[in-house]
Design a protein around this ligand. Structure first.
Ligand code: HEC
Ligand code: HEC
Length: 357
């Protein structure tokens, strides 16, 4: 600047101006540096974690009846206090849905053993399951089904959570990462889901010999029907979990819809669906993959007289030629009485599983 200067005085002036500008820009540089330091020391964005966040996960030991099988937990998603806390919040928070209106719990309602109307599957003891959804579409761990729920079913918008006042901290405390991902949301919910254990029904209390708890005569007769060839229920709904966690066609229709067959493309899988657990069954109506039966009485009438033959009906379904196992009215009442012993009211009242809000 000031290259063309004559007379000399003017040139001098221009040099002064040059110096002044240089001085000013030097000052503003200092000011800028100061501002940057100032900005850096205060919170840049409400969504990024504050320096006082800590990642010090406390591992959580999941406990359950010693009658239950071992619970496999993936080594890359260990259960922690912070993970369960976060998972529980996400389960109940409509922030998880892009519309901000639906939470998991709006369909999976605790008082109904985490189901509600229609074909909604209940949530209990799913930590022991490896096939999820009625048609077994998702196979694997709870982490896999939760990722499906978050990513594909809800289409969770993580930036919604990232800009939330609490979630950046809660995710950091659970996973040690500032960036919120669908994977971590799913992992937290898998941790919470693994703690959703129902093991305190009357039936559980009887088999663990809790003093003063016994099956009534009717319940005992129902037990016999259930666990013997008479009713044959145990072949599919057997074991302590009351499900074999497999896919079967139990003969609901003469022309069944595809079900598991749509997933595997195998003709012999047509009409097969996941065997639902019968734990808390009195709380989870309506029944079957399409909610076709309102009551358990209707279900028992089906197994007794309403079974339909089809190509893929399970060989364990007996007396199909006569529509089923032909239970007498007394036998139906007894079987029903037994099914009621699988109700666990402590589960649906468990404060650790209820809304944290
Ligand atoms: C609009 C109601 C609704 C909402 C909201 C909902 N679900 Fe479901 N959920 C269902 C229905 C219906 C099924 C059964 C669907 C099927 O099998 O095809 C189901 C099935 C499931 C299953 C499979 C259970 C099993 O036994 O295989 C899991 C796990 C699950 N939901 C978790 C979630 C989670 C986690 C959320 C929140 C991200 C959620 N659900 C939100 C209705 C809902
Ligand atoms: C061959 C295996 C098999 C046998 C045997 C069997 N079930 Fe089932 N059960 C299933 C399957 C699979 C379903 C789900 C079918 C569907 O929705 O398409 C089911 C569904 C049910 C349901 C509804 C559950 C729900 O959450 O909607 C009840 C209740 C039930 N069974 C009770 C019984 C009883 C009681 C017996 C014995 C009389 C019995 N089952 C025998 C496989 C079986």
């Amino acid at each position: 600047m000031g290259a063309v200067c004559s007379p000399l005085s003017l040139c001098r002036k221009l040099i002064d101006v040059d110096l002044l500008i240089m001085k000013r820009s030097y000052e503003s540089l200092i000011l800028l540096a100061f501002l940057i330091t100032l900005l850096g020391s205060c919170k840049k964005d409400p969504a990024s974690p504050q320096p006082n966040y800590t990642y010090d996960p406390i591992s959580y030991e999941i406990t359950f009846s010693d009658q239950f099988p071992i619970l496999d937990i993936p080594s890359d998603n260990p259960t922690t206090v912070a993970g369960i806390k976060l998972g529980r919040m996400l389960y109940y928070d409509a922030e998880l849905h892009p519309d901000g209106l639906h939470s998991c719990a709006s369909c999976h309602v605790q008082t109904n053993s985490f189901t509600s109307d229609g074909d909604v599957l209940p949530h209990l003891n799913l930590g022991w399951s490896s096939k999820f959804l009625w048609d077994g579409k998702i196979q694997g761990t709870l982490e896999d089904i939760m990722l499906f729920e978050v990513r594909d079913f809800f289409g969770t918008d993580v930036s919604r959570l990232q800009h939330h006042t609490d979630y950046p901290r809660l995710f950091f405390e659970a996973f040690g990462e500032e960036e919120i991902t669908q994977e971590n949301a799913a992992n937290a919910m898998a941790q919470f889901q693994r703690t959703m254990i129902s093991d305190n029904s009357k039936y559980d209390q009887v088999i663990s010999q809790k003093p003063g708890v016994f099956l009534t005569d009717a319940e005992l007769r129902g037990y016999d029907i259930f666990f013997t060839e008479r009713g044959d229920c145990f072949h599919c709904h057997g074991g302590i979990l009351f499900t074999d966690n497999l896919m079967h066609n139990n003969g609901l229709d003469a022309q069944p819809i595809a079900g598991y067959g749509a997933i595997t493309s195998e003709p012999f899988d047509m009409g097969k669906f996941k065997t639902p657990t019968l734990r808390n069954i009195a709380l989870t109506g309506p029944y079957m993959h399409d909610g076709r039966y309102e009551t358990l009485e209707e279900v028992l009438n089906f197994y007794s007289e309403g079974v339909h033959f089809s190509e893929t009906i399970d060989p364990l379904m007996k007396f199909v030629h006569q529509g089923g196992i032909q239970l007498t009215d007394i036998e139906k009442t007894d079987l029903l009485a037994f099914l009621y012993t699988l109700t666990d009211t402590s589960y649906i009242e468990d404060k650790n599983l209820s809304s944290p809000f």
